[in-house]
Design a protein around this ligand. Sequence first.
Ligand code: GCO
Ligand code: MG
Length: 422
Amino acid sequence: MSQSVFTPHSKASQGSSIPPLKIRSARVIVTSPGRNFVTLKIETDQGVYGIGDATLNGREKSVVAYLEDHVIPVLIGRDARRIEDIWQYLYRGAYWRRGPVTMRAIAAVDVALWDIKAKALGAPLYDLLGGKSREGVMVYGHANGETLEDTLEAVGRYIEAGYKAVRAQSGVPGVDLAYGVGRGDLYYEPADAQLPTETVWSTRKYMNYLPNLFEALRKRYGFDVELLHDGHHRMTPLEAAQLGKRLEPYQLFWLEDATQAENQDAFRLIRSHTTTPLAVGEVFNTIWDAKDLIQEQLIDYIRTSVVAAGGLTHLRRIADFASVWQIKTGCHGATDLSPVTMGAALHFDTWVPNFGIQEYMRHTAETDAVFPHAYSFSDGLMHPGDGPGHGVDLDEALAAKYPYDPRQLPVARLEDGTMWNW
Ligand code: GCO
Ligand code: MG
């Protein structure tokens, strides 16, 4: 192919520890083993391949088109070793920067390239990032229940399973289908219908109830276990400040997405009223979404993930920036982030010096079979595995048995019908 300025095999690449790895092909594989996943597989002329996750929950096809129509054609022939240059090419070269679609497409390429390079060197990915900073990655699981008692029991099951940290979400009396409450307690999958499910929300009822839940949790399980909660962007800054204050006696590990974060200034009000730790960022795509939150120390944990924020190349830049203000990482890890993202995240978490916690929502057995992986869980900690690459593969033959199944995330309205944040 003709690439006028860029030379895939420049003289400067001679003498490198690994021979040039020319990208021979790249393909997008969509599979739905219980839920939809979009995976990019990049193959090199040396036979080494890498895979990256490009799943955008409820909007999967947009990233498929972005990759197939605009990214794959410019990848062919490039040297897969040049991860940074390819990242810059895709980010700057798009002209239309940032956003969930662009950054997921870049993430898929980036993670696949790190996988390739680590495999070519025969090293686990964490070694390329700077090596192990810890022996295991603390994760939090999702406990949820329709009633307060159900939720207490669900948290108890996670503690029994060895989790050191548990997120508690509960049905709210008078609110039908509150965020985070599934139909069974092992797997919660919000993208549940072809057209968005309509839910009704009342912040007043939620705020009246939630402190009772955490009071009961602390009474039953004491203060050794870490407890987390996700507000899922539902409160105004003032309401979030009030809730944070009322939760202080229960010493949460964090209150997540207390309010919507497009306006980073909003967190100043919350911060000035409560010492409940704050976590934000699962919908962020770049460092720019979090710049003020970080440098004004308005949050404690940055939730941005490998798949949302352009891959490892950009996520580690965010983490380094956050470390200056003693802000820790807390990567998003819901089931819509594929096992590929989970594997890459665990390598990142094993290295990142300012690690906080990693979200871990188990995938179904069908998903685990489609994505054979080296990571494992024991005693509340996860381990990425020590084999070459990020340790996650895709069984293409099995994946082909699960065709795309269009599903969208729910929407939320206030009790008078006003559209609100789901
Ligand atoms: C979380 C998230 C998820 C999101 C989901 C949307 O904290 O895990 O809020 O539950 O709602 O990832 O696709
Ligand atoms: Mg969340």
